[in-house]
Every structure is written in C-alpha cells, then in structure tokens.
Design a protein around this ligand. Sequence first.
Ligand code: ATP
Ligand code: MN
Length: 480
Amino acid sequence: MIRKKIVEILESNDLLKDFIIYGWVKSFRNNQFIALNDGSCLNNLQCVLDFENTAEELINSINIGAAIKVKGTLHESQGRGQRVEIKVNELEILGKANPEDVRKTILSPKRHSLEKLREQAHLRVRTNTFGAVMRLRSKLSYAVHHFFNQKGFNYVHTPIITGSDAEGAGETFKVTNFDLKNIPTNEAGEIDFSQDFFGKETNLTVSGQLEAETFALGLSNVYTFGPTFRAENSNTSRHLAEFWMIEPEMAFCELDGNMDLAEEFIKFVLAYVVEHCADDLAFLEQRLLEEEKNKPKEQRSPMPLREKLDFVIKNNFKRVSYTEAIEILRNSKPNKKKKFQYLIEDWGADLQSEHERYLVEKHFKCPVILFDYPASIKAFYMRLNEDGKTVRAMDVLFPGIGEIVGGSQREERYDVLLDKMKALSIDPEELWWYLETRKFGTCKHSGFGLGFERLVLFASGMNNIRDVIPYPRTPQNAEF
Ligand code: ATP
Ligand code: MN
C-alpha cells in the first residue's frame, strides 16, 4: 500500500485502490465524516468512517487538531462538495488533541482575527489562510531561483555577519560574544572591539549588495537571496526587522537593463504563482473580498486579487524620472489642498509612501519605475549622472505597497566613488576591498534589491507584512 499526500489523492483517478494518508483532523461530523488536511493543499480530504464497526474509544479520540493515519480505499464521493473520498479501513491516532485545550486556541473552528493568529504563530500554519500564504511563499521563492537559474545567473551566498554597514544608515544589529556584563574598554573608555570575537566591530547584514557587486565583477551575473536585518524602529505594515531580500547584480549593464530585469523578474514570478497556486490564490482572493466587505468603497482594492496580478503581468510598468514625478506631485490635488502629510514644494524632496502611492494608485494606475533621483537622498554607491546632481537610481513602486524594489547603476569610477565616500564621511579604509574592485578591471554594473515579503504581500493580497513570514521580527517582538 502506498502513502499519498492529500493533494495527490484529490487529483487521483485510482478509484477502488488502497492508500495510506496522514494528516490533521479539521472537522468530524456525525461520527462519520472526517475532514483531513496535511498541508499539501488547501482542500481537505473527506474520510468516511464505518462508525458502527469502530471502537467508541477510538471515535472519541478523533478530535479537531489530532494527527491521524488512515488506511482506506478511494471512492467517488456520494456527497456534494468533493469528487472523491476515502472509505476508512483502518484508523490510527498518532497524536491526540484534547478538545478542551483546542477550544482555547486558533485551531478551534471559528473565525479568528489575524492578530490572534499572530499570537499563536506556532499553530497558525494549520489555518487555511496562513497555510495558503505559506504555500504561496514557497512557490514564489522557488520561482525566484527558477528565473535566475534559467537566465544564467549564479546564486551567491553573501555573509550574514559583516564588518560593513552597506547603506551607511547605522540601523544595524550588533554581533558580539562579549560578556555583556563585563565589556572590555580601552584607556579612553571606549569599547575595545579588538578583544571581541572577530577583533573588530561587526553586525548583521542590512544588504548583500556590496559583496554581490564584487562577485558580479567576476561571474558577470549573480544574485543573492537571503535574510537581512534592519534595526529600524518603523512599526509599519511593510517593515520587518528580519526580512529576506533578493539582490541581482549584473556586470556590463546600465540602468535601463536593470529596469528591464526588475520588470521581467516580477512578471515572471507572479505569472508562475498564478499558474501553480490557483486554489490558494482563489481562496486568498475570497478572503480579501470578505475582509473588505465592511470597508468604505474608496478603501477597498480596486481589483480582485487575481485580476490585479494579471494586470501587473500584462501591462508595462510606467517609467518616470524623479523630476517628472515631482512636477506631477507638486500639481496634484492632495498637494494643492494640503492633504499630503508632507507637502511637495521643491525639487530634491524625499518621496514618502503617500507620494509613491499617489503616483501608482491615483495618477498612473499601474506599477511605476522612478529613476534619476537626487544624489542627496540616495546611497553613496549610486552612479552620478552628467548633471552632477542626480544619480542613476531606480525604485519600483507598487499599488498598496509603495516601494518594492530599490536599485541603481553603481558608481564604477574610482575617483568619483572615493570623493563621494569622503563627502559622506564613509571611511575608505573600511571599504578598501570595495574600492579596489574599481581599480582592477572596473566596468559599468547595476543591480537592485527586492524585499521578498513585500512581494509575498502583493501576491497574497494580505495587508500586514507580519502575516506573510513564518515568525515576524518587529520592534518589541521576537517571540517563538
Ligand atoms: P523603505 O523606504 O520602504 O523603508 P528602503 O529604501 O529602506 O525601503 P532599500 O534599502 O532600497 O529599501 O531595500 C531594498 C528593498 O528591501 C525595498 O525596496 C523593500 O522591498 C525591502 N525592504 C526594505 N526595508 C524593509 C523592511 N524593513 N522590511 C521588509 N522589506 C524591506
Ligand atoms: Mn527603509
């Protein structure tokens, strides 16, 4: 007898054959009908018990949440709601679940808020919503590797512990093995990092970009896909302290090629899940409709989930320079009527999420790629334009999300890069290895960073980034 996953059984035409199935009880009706789920798909498998010939003690243990093993025969279902069902020949309880205790958890069969699910994050993978999101997340990450592999990119594992702060933003988590109650200091009273594990100050990476750049300048096309950490105290529905980032880097490539890649990449991975996660997406679409039912019309999504994904897959992203965007924003209604929290007055202003969303959701009504930002609001490594005041930066902005991608053509000119670092008080000694790549066969190169959870957020129609990662890390929260 062979063991099958429920997804295989539901798609199977092997009627009257015997199978072994494992799973968790979702519901048990009339002492007869078990809805079984093993996480292989959204749908449950109906297992029909011959209760008259089953020991009462066993029947009493078939409770919601219990893990069971079933041996049975596949039949066409008599009832409505499913095509096939399993007639149980043998049933074994592998792990009991006490109904009294289950009632206090999110496993109990009623609607639980997403907040409640977060409090019981160790159990939420058994719910329909979170199970669907996690399968989608898994498929999306597979699609990421599939895309780059098929385009000949090399996957590079950049370090998690680094001695550099790529953005120079200082929002890093420190890594140390000092005894925190007894930190060595030098004569000046400063912490003596020379006695720490690495003999220097280290932190968790905020981005693998600088290291990825060095690899692109040897392997041509590379990408990273790994965890990044930011100690930014932004308690928003789009920021995590630990998130996964995808960072491609291409040698001999300028900003246009970089924008092309970002657009092609996003369309590919979304099309992949539309094709391979049909049931989960249908469910998530329905979930979103339900959630938004009670919202005023202007707060609802303009399109159902799958239509929105199709829209992004089929339409070109609108490419707009920062300068054009500022003009649009300056003349926009919310700016004139002082509805923006931050009013746009002068060229050079940093764009806030409200502005990004206005451009995408109200003005262009499609994903937007903004490029050629003022040098003053962007990182040191972005390539300076001929005008001397803008850099070859690009951000991809998405409806409901704002920034999903941040990228640029990198400054490949040694002298220009060095001057920039000095101007921003970034110690060239610290990044000597990065600078050195500009001395030995430097070349034009470009790349971007895409926050994986923002992609999952968009694809799933969920609203809070905490609900698309197994165990979210946010300020004041590292439970589990
Ligand atoms: P934001 O302005 O939204 O904070 P950022 O400018 O700090 O973004 P980058 O440093 O360019 O972002 O990082 C690249 C990408 O990583 C962003 O486009 C976004 O998708 C994602 N990202 C950045 N910070 C976070 C975070 N705290 N949590 C989840 N994703 C993030
Ligand atoms: Mn940020």
